[in-house]
Write a protein that binds this ligand. Structure first.
Ligand code: MTE
Length: 303
């Protein structure tokens, strides 16, 4: 099986954005490469709606990062206090080479790609984001996953002195998330380090965050400092806060409603308050790529 996921979007799908237009130079400057459009087939393009990435301003000003406050504009106001350099990630548990990996050493080994993904929050708003990042699978392979590992647990940095929102017990800090190992190894699963060819702004989870495009946005944990391979399902922040409303899987699914609202449609950001809602797609439009992961599972129970 070819390892790389084939992007079905071309540069023609991308909204012109000044910084984005010279992304090749930006990425080249970072010593990275971009493979957007590689292996692209015209048939795929016709089958695919054109995805227009949201503007930079939408993406960086409308955020959920509760460690910096629960308002949508709190993270943009408060997250500048987060120190993101130096940064290291502890990789431990069931791996061959556990350790504290400096972010610079990780990035030197990874191929940074550009991925234009739909992003659907459980609160029923959505965006299209041009991420830069590398496949989580490459990082896990670097650490060497032991055969007994079945799940991957993630943890966000916890620094009360830099994170004013953590003074309040909104969630049980630090923010934690988890994936089944096959979900984590899926080629769509990204560790993002940038947007629009620019480094990830603090409010979006600098210097490195998870992006799982077929799951509700809260699975995409920000500012990751620890990745643990384990053989049991790891606890996750929103499930701990309210297990009736937020499951471990949290796959985008228009047929399984949140107990307090419908998930059948979503409000695309950027079109103003009265923008027309659009139907939410099964697995957020990635059904072809990921449905096989859940074959035979009752998605109403495993929500
Ligand atoms: N990660 C941490 N550490 N803290 C958070 O509050 N919010 C989640 C997710 N990751 C969150 C987090 C939620 S609810 C969403 S929708 C996305 O981040 C939002 O990502 P964005 O602000 O970059 O759009």
């Amino acid at each position: 099986m070819a390892k790389r996921w084939i992007n079905d979007l071309t540069q023609a799908d991308v909204t012109p954005e000044s910084a984005f237009l010279n992304r090749r130079q930006i990425l080249a400057g970072l010593g990275a490469s971009t493979v957007i459009g590689a292996g692209f087939s015209a048939g795929q393009a016709q089958a695919q709606e054109a995805l227009k990435p949201n503007d930079w301003d939408d993406i960086i000003n409308y955020c959920n990062y509760y460690e910096f406050g629960t308002g949508k504009d709190d993270p943009a106001k408060n997250a500048h206090t987060l120190t993101t350099d130096p940064w290291s990630v502890k990789i431990d548990g069931m791996v061959e080479r556990p350790g504290d990996y400096a972010l610079g050493d990780i990035l030197a080994k990874m191929t940074i790609e550009e991925r234009i993904y739909r992003f659907r929050c459980v609160e029923a708003w959505s965006m299209v984001v041009p991420w830069n990042g590398f496949e989580l699978a490459d990082l896990l392979e670097m650490a060497g996953v032991k055969p007994e590992a079945k799940y991957v647990a993630f943890e966000t940095v916890y620094r009360p002195e830099e994170m004013p929102g953590t003074r309040y017990p909104v969630l049980d800090w630090p923010y934690v998330e988890g994936l089944r190992l096959d979900e984590a190894m899926h080629p769509l699963t990204l560790m993002a380090t940038g947007i629009y060819g620019k480094p990830l702004p603090n409010q979006n989870g600098a210097p490195m965050r998870l992006v799982v495009p077929w799951k509700y946005g809260f699975k995409s944990i920000k500012s990751v400092v620890r990745i643990t391979l384990t053989d049991s399902e790891p606890p996750t922040s929103w499930n701990k806060a309210n297990g009736r409303e937020y499951g471990f899987y949290s796959n985008v699914n228009p047929t399984v409603d949140h107990p307090r609202w419908s998930q059948a449609t979503e409000r695309p950001l950027g079109g103003g308050l009265f923008a027309r809602r659009k139907p939410t797609l099964m697995f957020n439009g990635y059904e072809k790529e990921v449905a096989a992961l859940y074959e035979g599972m009752d998605l109403t129970k495993n929500f």
